[in-house]
Design a protein around this ligand. Structure first.
Ligand code: NAD
Ligand code: LMR
Length: 345
């Protein structure tokens, strides 16, 4: 059994200030009713993500949807004695009910990579899944914030945008590609190399979510450390290849699930805080953007009552980062265009 101290550090790691908020006052003003739906809830990411969202005191209703397996996952997490009511929905005929009334929808539905594959190799299967799910979102909960985890994120986010545009429900402030795992990795790897406490580390990661399109800005990392060029290059490469490192270690049994569930829970928590009016909630995310010439780009985003209230610029870049930015643009552009083309076929 989890000791209370372990449980409370899980809570606080997930959502430091939101759990304080909930402990301080549980009034409907500071903790309004919030429904979160997870699509793909029975999967490798979906299950631990369901657990972490069940632990989040900002959630009042947790809706777990998948094509199979959700009754079991829902029954299981529903026994945890935290605030939210849990419901499981299985199969497309229950998708509408799963979505109705949602404030935040998290989408980890789709197939993961095997060794030797790129994220783009998942396009053929996952593009269709995302298109179907987003069509239903446009119909049943057009005002919800959508957190897209399904890969390739560089294409699935543009697909979602096109589906919403066609349905007349697109709001660029409400669609997010979840790139938090890149930030989580960059923080962990930087803390190890710089020998600074990991809990104090901040590193923006910009661009997209695949290989060289992942651009960690270690020149802006805090606390500052005197790392050499080779160390920065090695950290950058490790962050870019973090997903592949896990895919290879899992040797055919999928990609990152536990660290992704953590990252997905962090980002959803930030969205909920923003919706609830908590000030200064800033996270990196792949969103509609005018930061570069590309229509979508990951950078720091200020989250608020309407979703992405402000997309922040890149700040000063080192020469190495400027080079990285130049070289990521063609690949990211092609992935975005591939998504847009697919959605309009
Ligand atoms: N954004 C990121 O940083 C990041 C990190 C890790 C993984 N991912 C991606 O997340 C996705 C899921 O990974 P996983 O390891 O959980 O895979 P998984 O195969 O373990 O789980 C996927 C789940 O999606 C469900 N699913 C399939 N079609 C569906 C549909 N039409 N509607 C609802 N659910 C459906 C499956 O039944 C399964 O339960 C993959 O595409 C993976 O590449 C993204
Ligand atoms: O690498 C993958 O395929 C999964 C995910 O995008 C990750 O970064 O871990």
């Amino acid at each position: 059994m989890l000791k209370p101290s372990i449980l409370s550090s899980l809570h606080s790691a997930l959502s430091r200030s939101s759990s304080h908020l909930a402990r301080r006052s549980y009034s409907s003003e500071s903790c309004p009713e919030r429904k979160v739906a997870i699509l793909g809830a029975a999967g490798g990411i979906g299950q631990p993500l369901s657990l972490l969202m069940k632990l989040n005191p900002l959630v009042s209703s947790l809706s777990l949807y998948d094509i199979a397996g959700t009754p079991g996952v829902a029954a299981d997490v529903s026994h945890i004695n935290t605030r939210s009511e849990v419901a499981g929905y299985q199969g497309e005929e229950e998708l509408g009910k799963a979505l109705e009334g949602s404030d935040v929808i998290i989408i980890p539905a789709g197939v993961p990579r095997k060794p030797g594959m790129t994220r783009d190799d998942l396009f053929n299967i996952n593009a269709g899944i995302v298109k179907t799910l987003c069509t239903a979102i446009a119909k049943y909960c057009p005002n919800a914030l959508v957190n897209m985890i399904s890969n390739p994120v560089n294409s699935t986010v543009p697909i979602a945008a096109e589906v919403f545009k066609k349905a007349g429900t697109y709001d660029e402030k409400k669609l997010f590609g979840v790139t938090t795992l890149d930030v989580v990795r960059a923080k962990t790897f930087y803390a190890g190399k710089a020998k600074v406490p990991v809990a104090d580390v901040n590193v923006p990661v910009v661009g997209g979510h695949a290989g060289v399109t992942i651009l960690p800005l270690f020149s802006q990392a805090t606390p500052k450390a005197n790392l050499g060029d080779d160390e920065i290059k090695a950290l950058t490469k490790r962050t870019q290849d973090g997903g592949t490192e896990v895919v290879e270690a899992k040797a055919g049994k999928g990609s990152a699930t536990l660290s992704m569930a953590y990252a997905g829970a962090l980002f959803a928590d930030a969205c909920l805080k923003g919706l609830n009016g908590v000030p200064d909630v800033v996270e990196c995310s792949f969103v509609q953007s005018s930061v570069t010439e590309l229509p979508f780009f990951a950078s720091k985003v200020r989250l608020g009552k309407n979703g992405a209230e402000e997309v922040l610029g890149l700040g000063p870049l080192s020469d190495y980062e400027k080079q990285g930015l130049e070289s990521l643009l063609p690949e990211l552009k092609a992935s975005i265009e591939k998504g847009i083309k697919f959605a309009n076929q």
